[in-house]
Design a protein around this ligand. Structure first.
Ligand code: FES
Length: 108
C-alpha cells in the first residue's frame, strides 16, 4: 500500500510578465482551498491525501492544472466549487470528476 492514498500536485508556476502560466489563473487560491478542504474533510495525512505545490507540469495550455496520483488523473478547474467537487468525489469517494479532466492532447 502506498504511503498516501491520493497525492495531489498543483502547478503554481509563475512565469515572466507577459507569459501565460498557472499562477495567472488562480492556481494559488485553488491550492490553498484544496489544502483546507482536504483537512476539513478529515482526509489529510498518511493513508489519506497529501496536497503539494509543484512547478511547471508542462501542460500550461490547460492551466491551471493539477494531477492526482496514483491514478494519474489530470484536472483543470475554474473556482473553489470545482475543487470541492474533486475533493468530495475523487479524493473522498474514489470517483474521478470527468467534467474537469484535462484532455490528453493538452500540452505546453
Ligand atoms: S505553468 Fe502550469 S503547467 Fe506549466
Amino acid at each position: 500500500m502506498s504511503y498516501y492514498k491520493h497525492h495531489v500536485f498543483f502547478c503554481l508556476n509563475q512565469r515572466e510578465p507577459g507569459q501565460d502560466c498557472c499562477a495567472n489563473h488562480g492556481a494559488q487560491a485553488a491550492f490553498d482551498h484544496c489544502k483546507q478542504a482536504v483537512k476539513a474533510a478529515g482526509l489529510a495525512g498518511p493513508g489519506g491525501v497529501r496536497v503539494n505545490k509543484a512547478g511547471c507540469l508542462d501542460r500550461c495550455a490547460g492551466g491551471p492544472v493539477a494531477v492526482v496520483y496514483p491514478e494519474a488523473v489530470w484536472y483543470t478547474f475554474v473556482d473553489s466549487a470545482d475543487i470541492d467537487e474533486i475533493v468530495e468525489s475523487h479524493l473522498k469517494n474514489g470517483r474521478p470528476v470527468e467534467r474537469l479532466q484535462l484532455p490528453p492532447t493538452v500540452g505546453r
